[in-house]
Ligand binder design. Structure first.
Ligand code: PHE
Ligand code: ZN
Length: 886
């Protein structure tokens, strides 16, 4: 294992390489125990750099020989670097080496899974296959010859186009692939396995024909239809919205069950975690269908944003990830269709941002969208780089409009197609394509979104002057996490004014030309700014940050009455939802901070009932509005966090919602049953989401009232449901309520799906994230660690128990006896010996330890210290625990 003594790498230290590599001819003789790799490279001197030794990356490899222009040369190994005395000119370099795929449990580089070979090269996995300049600015044209046993590995795949295949002696066969597009090594991929494919031929706008393939294990073929449909929809969308066509004859997706992340955008050969690919109504939920559609789109969109234009160095990761998440979000919203369904998508994005990214940006791993330093790049595939990065890309579109944004994209590709570039290049293209925009005149200020970490805190206070008929809105911003020399950020605040009767008021902004619009975007660019609206005939309620127009924490200073007005009348669906969340949040925070038991008032309960019963609102929206804010988001509002106090308040709120609205939940459950066959549409999914929420609260209420009817119904639904969304909804209802029938239902469910790994993952996940009661969840998690189906070797399984429990179930994890922390430290260490990347994710459960109340704080620190003192930690985990203790 690599041990944690690695140096810190700084963004400003970037230097172009001394040599480029123009072409690579790779031959892989695939054998699980010892794979032989021959790499023939056309090496070019980079005349802009002083001459020096050729230093290649290589990790866990055995070098056999190195030749320059046909002559063996000496080389020196120094840790993970190979030094070669290379001439001051272009030359041909040939390297032979071996690696051991079956021992590769880190799942980076070439590894085996389910009897096949798979690769994962982002970010620095290629160096675990052969020696190379393994950095994204070195782009080469690859030709790949694969040789392997034909019976065991009938399918041999690599990037690009198949140029030759045939049989060899000794039961072997070969395939030769050529990828015409120069690419960085992180986009290289190989698959050799016994797989079958769903195929589809499509013709794009230009009249070109393409072959689309989705490869999976035999038996899984019937679960690939949704992915194929999503791929075709993505192709059509990218051509229509951004004029970006598929550039390859063949586009392949391959599923593998051992994978560190969701999926990977290797050129022409995307490799997917089966959890992000396989879909069937019987085994996947509506949320899974949505996720698969989004990830298929995401990887496909990378073909332009990431592959055709890639990153100069890994500090620029958000250049491709933030942009591609933005693109897959836009796609998902367009697919969802109705304005309400789009709003629901946005609500889910923001809920996710607040529970994952806000804590990160306030915690020990806080970093800017374009970080300045790292030790282990794998630790920077974060919510900040992805989700906040996507928010930042969204800011361009808010400032430029859809058309202006599309023009910026066009200029970006015109300038940089085939290049490895930086976030600055993207910003410049956006500004240059829109020279008269608010962006172009404020580009430097805008770019602070890339350089300053932390979530800006915005306050808004309004003053109505009845005599003058003016309304003055004063906005301030501060970002205590932004660091030294921090300056105000450019914050677009989309807003409107709502009149007392609920109608939208026309906006007349002093000093601005546009009059009478019902919505505008204010640019907050100073620490404090005031905006005065004229001809305001009555006291308005401001509806601010519509659609969550910037990733900030907003203190709007509104009263409950004003929030109720917004909840009922705001023209912006996102802000109606936001009003519901703020009403709930204030009550939860009051209870947590006062130490008093939470008592939901009639006003709040009536408002929630009104949402539930409102015939104008869509079920999907209702399900979101009636969900309480997540514990992680509640915690971010507090200077000192007692996870048990938050847990108790949230549980009490659910109990009271369950009982006070019992008849309404019963109505909602019955009224939102979906008739007919399963369709994963936004509309049907919305009905199921609300029915599932209703059932959860009905079962919860029943458990309190000792009423057997709803638990009985739920149990029956676990047995009889015809799709996983309803089956798992019922199972969750029983388990989350700690109902008497929960154990029987869990046993039944496990028996029924014991053969399906992805469903067994759900079974673990549900038990690990169940809200704690009397320590039962913790006890169950400890028992599940011993379950015959549990293993640390499969990332999905490890995550479904451990990440769910440690990172996502604060009420169960944070215990006064420190039991959760002890379990965490032990499991991080055990996992680290197998798979450092996955272990490092688990290690992040302690990101926010320093804001914990006692006795949690000291116990957490103690656990961190003990873990950090272990001599054999990987760089990945070492970086996380070191930063936590800094
Ligand atoms: N680049 C992949 C994606 O976002 C994520 C990934 C990173 C996968 C590193 C594997 C390893 O689409
Ligand atoms: Zn990505």
């Amino acid at each position: 294992m690599r041990e944690g003594t690695a140096p810190v790498i700084h963004r400003l230290d970037y230097q172009a390489p001394t040599y480029w590599i123009a072409t690579v001819d790779l031959t892989l003789d695939l054998d699980p125990a010892k794979t032989l790799i021959t790499s023939k490279m056309a090496v070019k001197r980079n005349a802009t750099q002083a001459h020096g030794a050729l230093v290649l990356h290589g990790e866990e490899l055995t070098p056999l020989r190195v030749m320059i222009d046909g002559e063996p040369v000496s080389f020196r190994q120094d840790g993970n670097l190979l030094h070669i005395d290379a001439p001051d000119r272009d030359f041909e370099l040939v390297i032979r080496n071996t690696c051991c795929p079956e021992k590769n449990t880190a799942l980076s580089g070439l590894y085996t899974s389910g009897g096949g070979f798979f690769t994962q090269c982002e970010a620095e996995g290629f160096r675990r296959i052969t020696y190379f300049l393994d950095r994204p600015d070195v782009m080469a044209v690859y030709t790949v010859l694969l040789r392997a046993d034909k019976a065991k590995y009938p399918i041999l795949l690599s990037n690009g186009n198949l140029v030759e295949q045939g049989d060899l002696d000794g039961g072997k066969h070969f395939a030769k692939w050529h990828d015409p597009f120069p690419k960085p090594s992180y986009l290289f991929a190989v698959v050799a396995a016994d797989l079958v494919a769903r195929e589809q031929r499509v013709v794009t706008r230009s009249g070109k024909e393409h072959l689309l393939q989705v490869y999976v294990r035999r038996g899984d073929l019937d679960k690939t239809e949704h992915a194929m449909n999503s791929l075709i929809a993505s192709m059509i969308w990218d051509e229509a919205r951004f004029k970006l066509p598929l550039d390859l004859e063949r586009f392949m997706i391959v599923g593998v069950s051992d994978f560190n992340m969701g999926a990977m955008e290797n050129k022409g050969l995307n490799i997917f975690n089966t959890s992000a690919l396989l879909c069937s109504p019987a085994t996947q939920t509506d949320a899974d269908f949505q996720r698969v559609e989004a990830i298929v789109a995401h990887e496909y969109f990378h073909n332009w944003t990431g592959n055709r234009v890639t990153c100069r160095d890994w500090f620029q990761l958000s250049l491709k990830e933030g942009l591609t998440v933005f693109r897959d979000r836009e796609f998902s919203m367009d697919m969802a269709g109705s304005p309400s369904a789009r709003a629901v998508q946005r609500i889910q994005q923001v809920r996710n941002l607040r529970t994952m990214q806000f804590p990160e940006d306030a915690g020990t791993m806080a970093h800017s969208v374009r970080p300045d330093s790292y030790t282990e790049i794998n630790n920077f595939y974060t919510a900040t780089v992805y989700e906040k990065g996507a928010e930042v890309v969204g800011l361009y579109q808010t400032l430029l409009g859809r058309e202006g944004f599309a023009q910026g994209m066009a200029l970006y590709f015109e300038r940089h197609d085939g290049q490895a570039v930086t976030c600055d290049d993207f910003a410049q293209a956006m500004a240059d394509a829109n020279p008269d925009s608010a962006l172009a005149s404020r580009l430097d200020a805008f770019k602070r979104w890339y350089s300053q970490p932390g979530t800006p805190q915005v306050t808004a206070r309004g003053h109505y002057d009845a005599a003058a008929q003016t309304y003055t809105l004063t906005l301030t911003q501060r970002n205590p996490k932004a660091g030294e020399g921090a300056a105000p950020q450019l914050i677009p605040v989309r807003m409107g004014l709502v009149g007392a009767e609920g109608h939208a008021l026309p906006l007349n902004l002093a000093g601005q030309a546009s009059v009478g619009a019902l919505e505008t975007v204010l640019l907050l660019e100073q620490a404090e700014q005031s905006f005065t609206f004229t001809e305001v005939s009555s006291q308005p309620v401001p509806s601010l940050l519509r659609g969550f127009s910037a990733p900030v924490l907003l203190d709007d200073g509104l009263t409950d009455a004003e929030r109720l007005t917004l909840l009922r009348h705001d023209a912006d669906a996102f802000n109606r939802w936001e009003a519901s969340q703020r009403l709930a949040l204030r009550r939860l925070l009051d209870a947590v901070q006062s130490g008093q038991a939470l008592e939901l008032d009639i006003g709040f309960l009536d408002a929630m009932r009104a949402v539930l019963r409102d015939p104008q609102l869509d079920p999907a929206f209702k399900a979101e509005a009636l969900r309480l804010p997540e514990a992680a988001y509640i915690a971010e509002q507090l200077p000192v966090v007692d996870p048990q106090a938050i847990h108790n308040a949230v549980e009490a709120a659910w109990d009271q919602l369950a009982l006070a609205l019992r008849d309404d939940w019963a109505w909602a459950f019955e009224a939102h049953q979906v008739e007919g066959g399963y369709r994963p549409t936004a509309e049907d999914a919305g009905r199921r989401a609300l029915a599932n929420l209703a059932l959860a609260l009905l079962v919860r209420g029943s458990a309190m009232l000792a009423d057997p009817v709803w638990p009985g119904k739920a149990y029956q639904q676990v047995k009889d449901a015809t799709n996983m969304t309803e089956r798992f909804g019922a199972l969750s209802a029983l388990v989350q309520a700690h109902a008497g029938l929960a154990d029987a239902a869990l046993t039944h469910f496990h028996e029924q799906f014991a053969h399906d790994a992805l469903v067994v993952d759900k079974w673990f996940m549900l038990q690990a994230r169940t809200a704690e009661r009397d320590g039962k969840v913790f006890e169950r998690v400890k028992k599940l660690l011993q379950h015959p189906d549990f293993t640390l070797k499969n990332p999905n399984r490890a995550r479904s128990l451990l990440v769910q429990f440690c990172n996502l179930n604060p009420g169960a994890f944070h215990r006064t006896d420190a039991g959760g922390y002890v379990l965490w430290a032990d499991q991080v260490a055990a996992l680290d010996a197998i798979n450092p990347q996955v272990a490092a994710r688990l290690a992040r459960a302690m990101d926010r330890w320093s804001t914990l109340a006692e006795p949690f704080r000291s116990a957490a620190q103690e656990a961190l210290k003990r873990l950090s003192e272990r001599p054999t930690l990987s760089n990945d985990v070492r970086e996380i625990v070191t930063k936590a203790l800094e």
